[in-house]
Design a protein around this ligand. Sequence first.
Ligand code: PAF
Length: 281
Amino acid sequence: MKILHTLDALRAARAHAGRVVFVPTMGNLHDGHLSLMTDARSRGDTIAVSIFVNRLQFGPNEDFDRYPRTLAEDAEKLRSIGVDLLFAPDETELYPEPQNYVVEPPGIQHLLDGEFRPGHFRGVATVVLKLLNMVQPDVAIFGKKDYQQLMVLTAMVRQFALPITVVGGETVRAADGLALSSRNGYLSASERAVAPRLHRTLNEIVRIVQNGGAADQAALTALEQRATAELDGAGWKTDYIAIRRRVDLLPPEADEIAPGRLVVLAASRLGQTRLIDNLEI
Ligand code: PAF
């Protein structure tokens, strides 16, 4: 595996890389990331991964400074699963001058996570457009765990006519249901023990909607509110639990409340740790 820290080295390697499948990450890799890379194998000649903790997508009071940076361990994992190329630029390489030109996603950036993390999706879209221009992949893979991010980026690639196929990779879960995330490492042992409750809550909502137990918007809202109250009653601080249509993450019309068209998304804090998760219905 080649480890490249500069754009010049990346461009030189890209010239001989054939069909490139790219998985952008912020590092601290877990099995959820690695499954995206395994998925990449059959889609091209070269698997390229980037590791870059992108300051632009963190709010002023978020965890940019303490976000785990584990490059040596990450490189070892990537090597062991056969990744070909690791691009790990430092901040001055990625942002040699202040990044004044930005990608401003449309209304979707203000919904759900965007409401609680203003500017987050602008920062994500901006760095991803830049990484895509640097790596010039044929395929880019993003996890469905960050469902809203996947939607923002899919639409960005489509609207800017980038010659790239975007693929959504399935969420990987621990045996008790907790979605794998680098931020799970922030949980204390007692928090980790109760963390799977978020997934159970979403599962229960999926079950009710699939069984026809919420047929209109008022019933969905009541379901969201009850689930939020239950979680918060157990000591969580919930930002949102929302049943939305997959196509644009807006509330569904009554005739859209049907399996195959909806997704339930949640963000909730356990102590200092903010967990997100979602399930397609
Ligand atoms: O999902 C992530 O890890 C990040 O948001 C991404 C896509 C690598 C952009 O920094």
